[in-house]
Design a binder for this molecule. Structure first.
Ligand code: F6R
Length: 595
């Protein structure tokens, strides 16, 4: 959580910093600030507002070096004093920090005893004071390096020092990337925030520190100066612009047909990776998935698919609840799924599984993420950067990757594979059809927007989509939504049904159809408004439901992908109707780096 950025070069730093902060706001947005090196000292401006509001208040400053921060409060409430940057006495050093520091109280007390005066409740504020204290006996370069070696916990830090034309950075356990320009350097928590400025990046590793000037990058790895490795990123895969869409969420949903196509294009590479895993494990005999939030709902798909199609027992675990009590046996594979690859609970569970003897595969949208680095095998979903806090195209990319794992498995017969591929290839056009018929979703969203509660139901493979639909509804439309396996309704939730609680049913045209129709009749008997997401021309459903949103016909096994798109659009248009801040829902941050 929290986004950090920095700039050193020939451009006006304030303009660059505000621009980058706007792209990092998905990481937290309860307060923000920038600090700029000027001839007469360091100027800090910060407040509890959104970046564009701070930018409007700021009077332009001629400075070519600065740092910026957008916050999701962890240590200290969201107040102006707790907002970053934090500075030392007399604003000689300013620092921005993403992460949480352990055992900072003794360090703070020691600094107070030495005469340092603190202005905030944050852990971060010890860093500029430590640097300033160190500078009494050493150069600024050494003082920063020493301070970053003293603090403990998780951090990505950028610092500036008065009278030093340098930008200092370092990290342990939180992401940080340097963007390389011509006679300029950028820093950010992720590369997509810098996509407008450069496609050349240096991904810092844990315990790296670096000293940047407009023309040089001195990288220290484990204390030794090391030649930095520059990676070139495909601009299209790093694109984080709105391109005319009113919200990133809508833009990202509209990228979903492309995500399916990319997944299909990569199928041979995935088959090669799977063959390696299969060989290393002597055949996959059991799968355990580890994930949180929407990624957990995506992982639930594997619990249905792998046993049904491949006969491999599969267990889906929440990262935050994983009890690493069982030892991995021969042939057991843990698959950790995380779009950001930085979710603390998922990483902790993945590391625990590995320590217990599981081979670890990571499915993530961020190639150089912590999760990717911890894993034995990595599959990168190429969904491209996702800015909206509510995950959409990345969830679809995870589900598509899990389907691909099934398709790529050597035990699937050639005939079954070809048949499934034909259906898979039709999905992008079918998703576009859903976009063409969006009016029916918009009108249901307008109706839904007046309710306080809603219940999603489904059976079998579509049950994870019901859970995800309810989560999306809560997250951005602030309607209390619950997802239930339809058969479970009568085991308690029935008590809630009535005119004020609509039920949204995802109808699967498979072996569960008849039981689901029985459940829908039960719902109608309790007078709950019924909205059905169903295939076209289903008279039984259109006679039963008050509203029907139709989806194109596909094989039942792939229907969750089309239904996922519908539940995402339904949540989106409901939130729009309510006038909510769709991309930045209250109290949330996209990357959850705390347990
Ligand atoms: C919901 C959402 C979250 C994330 C969860 C895990 O829209 O985005 O529930 O899915 O925080 O994040 P990752 O996938 O980055 O591990």
């Amino acid at each position: 959580m929290c986004g950090i950025t920095g700039y050193i070069g020939y451009k006006n730093a304030d303009k660059v910093l505000f621009d980058c902060l706007k792209r990092l706001e998905y990481r937290g947005y309860d307060s923000c600030g920038i600090a700029l090196v000027q001839s007469d000292g360091i100027k800090v401006i910060k407040d509890t507002c959104r970046v564009k509001e701070l930018e409007a208040k700021h009077k332009k400053v001629n400075s070519k070096i600065g740092i910026g921060h957008t916050r999701w409060a962890t240590c200290g409430e969201p107040t102006a004093a707790n907002a970053h940057p934090h500075s030392s006495c007399g604003d000689k050093v300013a620092v921005v920090h993403n992460g949480t520091l352990d055992q900072f109280i003794p360090l703070k007390e020691d600094l107070i005893n030495k005469g340092h005066v603190f202005k905030s409740e944050t852990d971060t504020e010890i860093i500029p004071h430590l640097i300033e204290e160190n500078m009494k006996t050493m150069s600024a370069d050494d003082a920063v390096k020493k301070a970053l070696g003293t603090i403990q916990g998780a951090f990505a830090v950028a610092a500036i020092v008065q009278n030093e034309n340098k930008l200092y950075v370092g990290k342990v356990g939180c992401p940080l990337v340097i963007g390389v320009g011509d006679s300029e350097c950028y820093v950010a928590s992720d590369s997509s925030a810098l996509s407008k400025y450069t496609n050349r990046f240096i991904y810092l590793k844990d315990h790296d520190t670096a000293v940047l000037t407009p023309d040089s990058i001195k990288l220290f790895r484990n204390g030794k100066e090391t030649e930095p490795e520059i990676e070139l990123l495909d601009k299209n895969l790093n694109d984080a612009e709105l391109h005319g869409y009113p919200h990133f969420m809508l833009k990202e949903i509209h990228e979903e047909p492309r995500v399916i196509t990319t997944t299909i294009d990569d199928l041979d590479d995935l088959a090669t990776l799977l063959a390696t895993i299969d060989k290393d494990l002597g055949g996959i005999r059991m799968i355990k998935t580890l994930a949180c939030g929407s990624s957990y709902y995506a992982s639930l798909m594997m619990r249905y698919l792998a046993p049904q199609i491949l006969g491999i027992p599969t267990f889906a675990e929440l990262g935050s609840e994983y009890c690493s009590l069982t030892k991995g046996q021969k042939g057991t594979l843990a698959i950790a799924i995380s779009q950001s690859g930085e979710t603390a609970d998922t990483i902790k569970a993945a590391k625990a599984a590995k320590a217990n003897g599981y081979k670890l595969m990571a499915i993530t949208n961020v190639k150089n993420s912590q999760l990717a680095r911890a894993a034995d095998y990595v599959w990168t979903t190429k969904a491209g950067p996702e800015v909206s806090v509510a995950a959409t195209k990345t969830v679809l990319s995870q589900i598509a990757a899990l389907y691909s794992l099934i398709l790529a498995h050597p035990s699937l017969s050639k005939l079954n594979k070809e048949d499934a591929m034909d259906t898979f290839r039709k999905l992008p056009d079918q998703i576009n059809k859903i976009f063409e018929n969006v009016d029916s979703i918009i009108s249901v969203a307008s109706y839904l927007a007046d309710f306080k509660d809603a219940i999603y139901i489904a059976r079998g493979l579509n049950y994870p989509i019901a859970l995800e639909g309810a989560l999306k509804l809560k997250e951005i439309s602030y309607i209390h939504g619950e997802g239930y396996a339809a058969g479970e309704l009568k085991h308690g939730p029935f008590a809630l049904l009535g005119k004020e609680v609509p039920v949204i049913a995802i109808v699967s045209h498979d072996e569960n159809y008849d039981s689901l129709v029985t459940n829908l009749r039960e719902v109608k008997t309790r007078q709950a408004p019924l909205i059905a997401i169903s295939e076209e021309n289903d008279l039984t459903i259109s006679n039963l439901a008050d509203y029907v949103i139709t989806v194109p016909h596909t094989k039942p096994i792939l229907s969750p992908i089309l239904n996922l798109v519908v539940v995402q659009l339904l949540a989106y248009y409901t939130a729009v109707k309510k006038g909510n801040p769709v991309d930045f829902p209250r109290n949330l941050a996209k990357t959850v780096t705390v347990e």
